[in-house]
Ligand binder design. Structure first.
Ligand code: 5AD
Ligand code: SF4
Length: 472
């Protein structure tokens, strides 16, 4: 989500005159899109801003922070960063910069922004098209920032055209916020209530990407499969959105893979799984967070489903889309998690045979309900549980990956591998692999490979040929 948001931030700062640099040491504008899901990432924000502030007497430097920020951190960040804004306020960021005392490109073009409103020629510049009207509005007293209701603001945010970080892989936000209030989670307090993006916009963005050759597109949201539910029947449901995309894939003749992350087991209807099985462009990879394999813990987490419900979904996926890989998220050491409850998670992992699990040690988030409970699982026990689950995971992934050896697979070439003379790629199920080739033209294209070797998390392959499947 942060990677996707940063693509829109880049558009805004470039539109007001900043140029990107890969060198942090020479930048005049430095910012962080924070993640509050775990304390570790927030700790990194504090050490970064400390460093940046120490550079301030050496050069003209403005710092900002946005992303997912909890109210307690917001108070502290206000003292350390020059600017702080919510992601949905991004279109107003240009304003904030231009009004900031220090000389910066935005203050130079302050007048130009006013000019842009009356002269449409200027809007031909990339980025301005989506920015100029939402940046400021004309009033009797000059120009003042637009005040929006939160829902309106997030719409403005979605209208900012991303500066994509890749030419073959992209993310499309389809929703913002979450209404589920899992007791450990910061998201409802940082991103607010769930708001679905209009399906027309999502489909337009997708078609535009696919038309210019994007091969992997991920639909993003905190709770993707409750898409549309906030719109009281005026918006399509998540499976209907997938079906629309599937139909587009069919009639366009384009070759691409669509992913989505993350769905919630509670809203994972049979229809979602059926639709995935029906369309080639809907990638056969499903990320479905389990969090815990113990019913009491799931209730305490406010997940609103049982392990039996989860198991039923996995069995349906295995029956309907047998080739699908299944990824999950697990939290170990949640407040009060006993050895026995952890053991239930371990045996669920053994039974459900995931292809990947993002396993996190529980960390209390200020404001979330569980922060009022005793974080009583010792750090060493959390680590031991994490390692135990990792062992369980790798036992299965190694077994799964070994069975792929000797198979011919279609893969998406993603870049140069760390190993000299090799390219890296992803299978449709998002298993990483590498094969010998220095033909960089292949990057961003589909290729056919033969799997020759396997480890727990990667495959070794031989290049067979480039895949050309699209209608000309
Ligand atoms: N502690 C540890 N992990 C967490 N996650 C969310 N909140 C916490 C927390 N407080 C994990 C969940 C979620 C993923 C994005 O991060 O597993 O699915
Ligand atoms: Fe957080 Fe739960 Fe919402 Fe996911 S569903 S974003 S874990 S509150």
């Amino acid at each position: 989500m942060n990677k996707s948001d940063s693509e829109r931030v880049r558009t805004v700062v470039e539109a007001i005159g900043y140029r990107w640099t890969d060198n942090e040491q020479e930048a005049n504008l430095l910012g962080i899109l924070a993640c509050s899901v775990r304390q570790k990432s927030i700790d990194k924000v504090y050490s970064r801003i400390h460093k940046w502030n120490s550079w301030k007497n050496q050069r003209n430097l403005i710092t900002f922070v946005s992303g997912c920020i909890l109210p307690t951190d917001r108070e502290k960040f206000l003292k350390q960063f020059d600017l702080i804004f919510e992601m949905r306020e991004l279109p107003q960021f240009a304003d904030m910069l231009s009004q900031y005392g220090v000389l910066n490109p935005a203050s130079y073009i302050h007048d130009k922004l006013q000019f842009v409103e009356s002269d449409k020629e200027e809007t031909d510049k990339p980025g301005f098209d989506h920015l100029h009207l939402s940046v400021r509005e004309k009033t009797g007293n000059g120009l003042k920032p637009l005040i929006h209701r939160p829902e309106e603001k997030i719409k403005d945010f979605w209208h900012v055209k991303p500066t994509y970080h890749s030419t073959y892989e992209a993310f499309i936000p389809i929703q913002n916020g979450c209404d589920k209030f899992c007791t450990y989670c910061a998201v409802p307090y940082t991103r607010g209530r769930e708001v679905s993006r209009p399906s027309g916009e999502i489909l337009d963005e997708l078609k535009e990407l696919v038309n210019i050759g994007y091969k992997s597109v991920t639909l993003l949201g905190q709770n993707v499969n409750s898409y549309g539910m906030d719109k009281n029947g005026t918006e399509m449901t998540f499976p209907a959105l997938l079906r629309k995309i599937g139909e587009y894939g069919k009639i366009s003749g384009k070759d691409f893979w669509i992913y989505f992350t993350s769905p919630h087991p509670r809203d994972m209807t049979d229809e979602v799984i059926e639709v995935i099985s029906q369309y080639k462009c809907l990638a056969k990879q499903i990320h479905l967070p389990l969090q815990s394999g113990d019913d009491k813990v799931l209730t305490k987490m406010n997940r609103n489903h049982s392990t039996a419900d989860y198991r039923r979904i996995i069995h349906l996926i295995r029956k309907t889309v047998p080739e699908a890989t299944i990824f999950t998220d697990i939290i170990v050491g949640f407040a009060g998690e006993t050895d026995e409850q952890f053991e239930n998670t371990r045996s669920a992992m053994q039974e459900l045979r995931f292809n990947m699990a993002y396993i996190a040690k529980y960390s209390p988030r200020p404001g979330a309900a569980s922060s009022r409970w005793n974080d009583d699982v010792p750090a060493a026990v959390k680590s031991a549980r994490l390692h135990s689950l990792t062992r369980e995971l790798t036992r299965h992934t190694l077994d799964y990956n070994m069975k792929l050896t000797g198979k011919r697979l279609k893969v998406l070439v993603t870049g140069k591998d760390r190993k000299e003379g090799y390219l890296s790629a992803l299978t449709e199920g998002k298993i990483v692999l590498r094969f010998k080739s220095d033909d960089e033209i292949l990057i961003g294209k589909f290729a056919e490979v033969m799997i020759e070797s396997a480890t727990e998390f990667a495959l070794g392959a031989k290049f067979i040929g480039k895949i050309i499947t699209e209608k000309v």
